[in-house]
Write a protein that binds this ligand. Structure first.
Ligand code: G3I
Length: 325
């Protein structure tokens, strides 16, 4: 009898392993395709050589994202760590990957007070700083001319009250550093859309108003700036002002893009609020997530992205892709 029971249980085990359905894996491949089906240009992700080396990450970049932004490899400290000595190893790797996989590229970033080598930060002479900016942009944007969809030319130049932030660029050149940078970027790459990009543009606040006035002043002498990027590193529950912010930025007549989206806790309701806001504003051309999975997020402890640390889609992914279906 015992033998018979043992035989039956072995047979059952065999049956289970031979015929059991594979563990359910949630459907992916719906994000960029859904977003573009609504008339938007792309849903991208931050990436770099470190994350295009991870097979699960690459699979999702291929299936769900229409573009990439280099998370660090095109910043000044990476590309020109010493004066006039350029290093394009990591940025070339990313651009080549994106080009061969049919992904659009948002370049990030040419002029930023952070991740800036000390040899630039210590310049005090306006003629020197002007030519240093022009040389940097001509080399970096020039190298990828014709290959990028857009550039974040100037990053994070505003204070929270909408005034210009203290930085070597503003302190030495005044507001004119912005026109100098955009003019150099246009000369280096005639086809990339040129963006000004900042954070905390998440409701129609003083910083958004400051950005609207700033682009009005800069573009008074010609259309230097093509678009405004709002990074949208949001707190949980922080998406309520997104549509008002996008609407206010779009009133400039420029393109608007959500450039570094992540939301603490990644609640489905927060993600759908952001996506609905972009859908409601015709000039909102794209969304870029600041990474694919929480495994590689700069704010990993906030679990802010659409895919968890095992590269599995979260409830927010399902909600967003249902909205876009
Ligand atoms: O490359 C060095 C490496 O050589 C060194 O060994 C290691 C030791 O700490 O550091 C590495 O540099 C790190 C770099 O990321 C590359 O991994 C820096 O420490 C680290 O600070 C840096 O963080 C980046 C951060 O910008 C720097 O400001 C994040 O990855 C990146 O996600 C973040 O992105 C910014 C956007 O550019 C602008 N908006 C805000 C956003 C979040 O801070």
């Amino acid at each position: 009898m015992q033998k018979l029971l043992a035989l039956v249980s072995v047979a059952l085990l065999f049956q289970q392993s031979a015929f059991a359905a594979p563990a359910a894996t949630a459907a992916t491949g719906l994000l960029n395709s859904g977003f573009t089906s609504k008339g938007k240009k792309f849903w991208a992700s931050a990436a770099d050589p470190g994350t295009i080396n991870i097979s699960q990450n690459v699979a999702l970049l291929k299936s769900d994202f229409g573009g990439v932004t280099p998370e660090n490899s095109m910043k000044w400290d990476a590309t020109e760590p010493s004066q006039n000595q350029f290093n394009f190893g990591n940025s070339d790797t990313l651009v080549n990957w994106a080009t061969s996989n049919g992904k659009l590229i948002r370049g990030h970033t040419l002029v930023w007070h952070s991740q800036l080598p000390s040899w630039v930060a210590s310049i005090t002479d306006s003629a020197t700083l002007t030519s240093v900016i022009q040389n940097h942009i001509s080399n970096v944007a020039g190298r990828y001319s014709g290959k990028l969809y857009a550039w974040d030319v100037v990053n994070e130049c505003l204070n929270e009250d909408g005034t210009l932030r203290s930085s070597v660029f503003f302190n030495v050149l005044g507001e004119n550093f912005i026109t100098i940078a955009f003019t150099a970027a246009r000369a280096a790459d005639a086809t990339a859309k040129l963006y000004i990009n900042d954070y905390n543009l998440d409701s129609n606040n003083a910083k958004v108003q400051g950005m609207v006035s700033l682009v009005g002043r800069i573009n008074a002498s010609g259309k230097h700036i093509d678009g405004i990027g709002t990074q949208m590193h949001l707190s949980a529950g922080g998406a309520g002002g997104a549509q008002a912010a996008l609407t206010a930025l779009a009133a400039t007549g420029l393109d608007v893009a959500i450039t570094e989206l992540d939301i603490a806790g990644a609640a489905a309701s927060d993600y759908t609020a952001v996506v609905n806001a972009c859908l409601a504003v015709s000039q909102c051309v794209s969304i870029t997530s600041w990474g694919v999975s929480d495994a590689n997020s700069w704010r990993a402890s906030s679990t802010p992205l659409l895919f968890d640390t095992n590269y599995q889609p979260k409830a927010a992914y399902t909600a967003v892709t249902q909205l876009l279906a």
